[in-house]
Design a protein around this ligand. Structure first.
Ligand code: ADP
Ligand code: F6P
Length: 319
């Protein structure tokens, strides 16, 4: 039976990571495990940067954004030679199991470590909601709330000045933050990888709105798709709208986790320890129809992305 369990956060930080740590650490201690936090993601495994912690370790910080045990990206972890150092360091300390909170890259690291003798459980930590094996990722709900708050605020200025604003939303290649916020804020237009921009069409629609005396325009655009400044210029020149743009940026990734985020994060952290306690590893946890499930990591990484076509329909019906 596993006695010592490590836990790390990897890839981009997300709100709820700290609450996940609390769920795992408290559960582990309650089940008689020795719990170790690993600082700096996979890098901490190479640097021997891990510390044994007690059940209260997260009590003052579990409700904060970011990750108190830090996160790093370590591209070299793809090399077996580097992972061998990690495995040796863990084994020297008697740590036989690891919880990895991160995105799909981090999941690959967890899978490979499992193959090298360290049982790993991956938890979906990213604001992007781009882990197909979970309906929601740790951080998504809070980031969505941040986006919605920001849009509401931007809209007050846009309305006061009768302006049009193009707002860039994070998500890497996943449209979910844009799509969900589009519905929650009743955005005038949304542009995502699944609903690409037909510039001519958008300009025609904005022109028509202007002629009909519309108050202001909010256009949500997923990041990494278009040159926002160029598009702003074209809209300004061709529609009559005084047009601005706003890149929401890291404000989306910060802040205290919402109640739902905390709730699900704590559940996931706790569940990961239960799985390891049962000797289950090489898996990742997902929230599916509000139930916690686990899947083989490689199979899960192959799950098709939910394109939420039903939600585009809803958006079209309510906008
Ligand atoms: P995310 O986990 O959010 O997708 P990254 O893709 O940056 O973020 O991955 C986080 C870290 O996971 C990387 O910096 C690297 O240390 C590790 N990693 C990514 N891909 C692999 C891989 N194929 N094999 C082993 N480790 C990997
Ligand atoms: O994966 C989370 C995320 O915030 C993406 O939405 C964004 O594209 C990326 O990370 C930004 O990464 P970085 O921290 O390297 O700027």
């Amino acid at each position: 039976m596993v006695k010592k369990i490590g836990i790390l956060t990897s890839g981009g930080d997300s709100q709820g990571m700290n609450a996940t740590l609390l769920g795992a650490i408290r559960t582990g201690c309650r089940l008689g495990k020795e719990m170790y936090v690993v600082y700096d993601g996979y890098k901490g495994l190479i640097d021997n940067n891990f510390v044994k912690v007690g059940p209260d370790f997260m009590d003052q910080t579990y409700n904060k954004g970011g990750t108190v045990i830090k996160t790093k990206r370590l591209p070299e972890f793809k090399e077996e030679r580097v992972r061998k150092i990690a495995v040796e360091n863990l084994k020297k300390e008697g740590i036989e199991a690891l919880i990895v909170i991160g995105g799909d890259g981090s999941y690959m690291g967890a899978k490979k470590l499992t193959e090298m003798g360290i049982n790993c459980v991956g938890l979906p930590g990213t604001i992007d909601n781009d882990i197909s094996s979970s309906d929601f990722t740790i951080g998504f709900d809070t980031a969505l709330n941040n986006v919605v708050t920001a849009i509401d605020q931007i809209k007050e200025t846009m309305s006061s000045h009768n302006r049009c604003c193009l707002i860039e939303v994070m998500g890497n290649k996943c449209p979910d933050l844009t799509l969900f916020a589009g519905i929650a804020c009743k955005a005038d237009y949304i542009v995502t990888a699944d609903r690409p921009l037909e510039e001519k069409e958008l300009i025609e629609s904005l022109k028509k709105d202007k002629e009909e005396g519309k108050d202001c325009e909010i256009v949500l655009i997923s990041e990494k798709l278009y040159d926002l400044n160029e598009l702003t210029k074209h809209i300004k020149e061709q529609t009559g709208w005084d047009t601005r743009n706003d890149v929401l940026g890291y404000i989306q990734r910060g802040g205290a986790p919402t109640a739902m985020e905390r709730f699900n994060s704590i559940r996931m952290g706790s569940y990961a320890v239960e799985l390891l306690d049962q000797g289950i590893g090489g898996v990742c946890v997902g929230l599916v129809n509000n139930e916690l499930k686990y899947f083989d990591i490689l199979e899960a990484l192959d799950f098709p992305r939910n394109k939420h076509l039903d939600l585009y329909k809803t958006y079209d019906l309510i906008k």
